[in-house]
Design a protein around this ligand. Structure first.
Ligand SMILES: Nc1ncnc2c1ncn2[C@@H]1O[C@H](COP(=O)(O)OP(=O)(O)OP(=O)(O)O)[C@@H](O)[C@H]1O
Ligand SMILES: [Mg+2]
Length: 313
């Protein structure tokens, strides 16, 4: 499959940072075209750094990155015409109204005026911004401004859309409208690089996912790949009084309100569910969520980095 983005041993150390604190370390990653590629990770993991390097807004320190077959370090002009970006923090131009800001953005990208008008209308309609189209951007709420930025980028004809936390601060309805717009962009065979802290969103939209932790790629693959790589791919919740001491042999146990959550392997999860049902307890059994995987992988990495008190003493 054609690749939209490809990096090899990519490294980024911001000026003033020590080399031990690289924002990205030895990142080798391929993003296939025509799909949503989700990048997740804790605050400071390196997601925005990756987006900004691929979108040619930030220079890399070493290694290489190619976007649509062009090198980010030497061919940024060829890349810029074919990408569009919703940055993590930004504001659309304040003195324009909503319709003007989207239309002008498309015009500046070189879209023909008639086409730009119709694309603007469609994007405003899709993100429920039509009623605000004559309102000055300066007078919009924060979430509406974010929606205007999404509308600009989604209305463009860019082949790769970089969406760095596009739905942060959006209400649940607006979030889902952005999801629909993303799905529509995929039907138009475009590539989306999405970062998000909403793991349900990452899971619902992404064909492949990358989990960054402290600048390092720790997990990459389809949601099914990720699930198959964790120790316990199933979750069993039990509501009611199951003897705690009998649970540990099935997997990793977490007490929850009114019962237990047990992460387990396939056979153990089914066995436990059967035993709990025999006791007349309420049981649910299913594959782990992306959030479970995140907490498992990132939680372990935090434990490893945190010195034990007895070691410190
Ligand atoms: N302009 C900068 N100068 C120096 N260090 C920076 C700069 N921007 C980011 N960093 C550092 O680089 C690392 C990665 O930051 P980055 O913004 O890429 O993380 P992120 O995964 O996008 O986090 P978040 O989820 O909070 O948006 C962090 O340690 C951050 O402090
Ligand atoms: Mg970020």
């Amino acid at each position: 499959m054609a690749l939209a983005i490809q990096t090899e041993h990519l490294r980024k150390v911001y000026p003033g940072s020590t080399s031990a604190n690289a924002a990205l370390e030895d990142l080798t990653l391929s993003v296939p075209s025509g799909r949503v590629f989700g990048v997740i990770g804790r605050n400071g993991a390196g997601k925005t750094t990756f987006v900004r390097i691929a979108a040619t807004q930030l220079a890399l320190t070493s290694g290489s990155a190619q976007v649509l077959g062009h090198d980010v370090a030497t061919e940024e002009r060829a890349i810029r015409a074919r990408i569009a970006c919703v940055p993590q923090e930004s504001r659309p131009l304040y003195f324009l109204n909503v319709e003007e800001v989207v239309y002008l953005y498309l015009k500046l990208r070189g879209t023909d005026p008639v086409e730009a008008r119709s694309r603007t209308r469609d994007a405003l309609d899709q993100l429920s911004l039509t009623e605000f189209r004559r309102r000055s951007v300066a007078r919009l709420s924060g979430g509406l401004r974010r929606r205007v930025l999404c509308a600009m980028v989604l209305a463009s004809d860019a082949e790769i859309l970089f969406l760095d936390e596009p739905t942060t601060g959006l209400d649940p309805i607006a979030r889902r409208e952005v999801w629909e717009a993303i799905r529509r962009a995929i039907r138009e065979h475009r590539t989306i690089l999405l970062t998000t802290h909403y793991l349900d969103e990452a899971e619902a939209l992404s064909t492949r996912l990358a989990l960054f932790e402290r600048g390092v790629l720790v997990l990459e693959g389809s949601p099914e790949d990720l699930r198959s790589r964790v120790r316990y791919p199933y979750r069993v919740t039990i509501q009611g009084a199951y003897p705690r001491e009998e649970l540990d042999s099935f997997g990793r146990v977490t007490p929850i309100e009114g019962g237990y959550l047990v992460f387990a392997r396939d056979a153990e999860s089914r066995e436990l569910a059967r035993l709990a049902l025999e006791r007349g307890l309420r049981v649910s059994l299913g594959p782990v969520s992306l959030e479970d995987i995140f907490l498992d992988v990132v939680g372990k990495s935090i434990e490893e980095e945190t010195p034990h008190p007895e070691v410190e003493a």
